[in-house]
Write a protein that binds this ligand. Structure first.
Ligand SMILES: [Zn+2]
Length: 347
């Protein structure tokens, strides 16, 4: 974490400054960097610009940016350096512009750890920070996203009784029990979830992603475990999902111990698309209908802390996490212009 504190690095040209732009320090307790742009007095509302600074893992060479044919290639180019560049540049241009909002403060938070456990947005939420709208930077192809699915990772374990492989009737096969559990999840439960539909997000899903059990062929396995990725819709709770799965297994007379494997809860996002600031952002980008995405991000963490949150940024999620991640530089420029237009439209 950066220990050094930056003082004011931008000074208004006018003799009597009525706006300030400054950096706050990062610390272990508050792992965010938060330059803000605000009027000296009379703050009536706050807009948070919050892209994340971390990326998924990569080879060293992927961290050397390459500019080719209007694109920037490199790890994090679209997820989310493009959003960082667009948001930060919009903030700096706004601070230098004579047509700034009079009563709106804009805060930029460069969040850490989004790709892992969202420590940055969770720490920011834990400080009690509040804003009237948070714009989370992710590659949405310049669409304003108001909903995304949540994600719940579970581990299920079946217990059996070890015995010699030549006398399986003397034991209880935990792998066989788990095979029935997997079938219950991947057929019956998955079909049930396909009927649970959200207008922006489609259906809830379940995926059995890992399985391990037993020790060698001639031992009846005493234990078997699977991990499950359950993508949730707004309104579903983690506890509710666990209860639902447990009830389905009970109905089939299957026994499995269910535990959570996520470090922190990752609920779904559903922000009211009729909030005045959200509608204003829609109007700025020329969007008429709200949009949902299937991937989880910091927006849900901040929304859970009471900050109305939307997701917006240049680039396409299809390029995120790929070996040759890239972003269109024209789209980064357009994102900056749209954000600047939105910020300048505020009172
Ligand atoms: Zn991202």
């Amino acid at each position: 974490m950066v220990k050094k504190t930056w003082r004011i690095f931008w000074r208004p040209r006018r003799r009597k400054p009525d706006w300030r732009l400054n950096f706050n320090p990062c610390s272990r307790a508050a792992p965010i960097s938060s330059p803000g742009c605000s009027p000296q007095r009379g703050i009536q509302q706050t807009i948070l610009l919050a892209p994340h600074l971390d990326t998924v893992g990569a080879e060293d060479a992927q961290f050397v940016p390459q500019r080719k044919q209007g694109r920037m290639y490199g790890r994090g180019a679209c997820d989310t350096k493009g959003s960082v560049a667009a948001m930060f540049t919009a903030l700096c241009e706004l601070a230098a512009s004579p047509s700034r909002p009079q009563t709106t403060q804009i805060v930029f938070a460069g969040l850490v750890d989004e790709e892992h456990a969202q420590a940055g947005s969770r720490a920011l939420a834990a400080t009690g920070f509040q804003a009237d709208l948070a714009i989370i930077g992710e590659p949405t192809r310049l669409q304003v996203v108001t909903a995304h699915k949540g994600s719940l990772w579970l581990q299920l374990e079946t217990r059996g009784q070890a015995a010699h492989g030549a006398t399986p009737r003397l034991g209880k096969n935990a792998v066989h029990e788990m095979a029935r559990v997997v079938d219950a999840l991947e057929s019956g439960y998955a079909a049930h979830l396909r009927r649970r539909h959200h207008p922006l997000l489609g259906t809830a899903t379940v995926n059995v992603g890992q399985i391990w059990g037993g020790t060698q062929p001639n031992i009846v396995p005493a234990a078997c475990a699977i991990t499950v990725d359950r993508r949730t819709l707004p309104g579903e709770t983690d506890a509710g999902v666990v209860r639902e799965i447990a009830a389905r297994l009970r109905k089939r007379q299957l026994q499995a111990r269910i535990s959570h494997t996520k470090l922190a809860p990752a609920p779904a996002l559903e922000t009211n698309a009729n909030l005045p600031l959200v509608r204003r952002l829609f109007a700025t980008v020329g969007q008429t209908e709200p949009v949902g995405v299937h991937y989880f991000c910091d927006a849900a963490v901040l929304a859970a802390a009471g900050i109305p949150s939307v997701v917006f940024g240049p680039g396409d999620i299809a390029q995120a996490h790929t070996a040759d991640e890239w972003i269109s530089l024209a789209q980064v420029e357009r994102a900056k212009n749209l954000l600047l237009k939105f910020l300048k439209s505020l009172s």
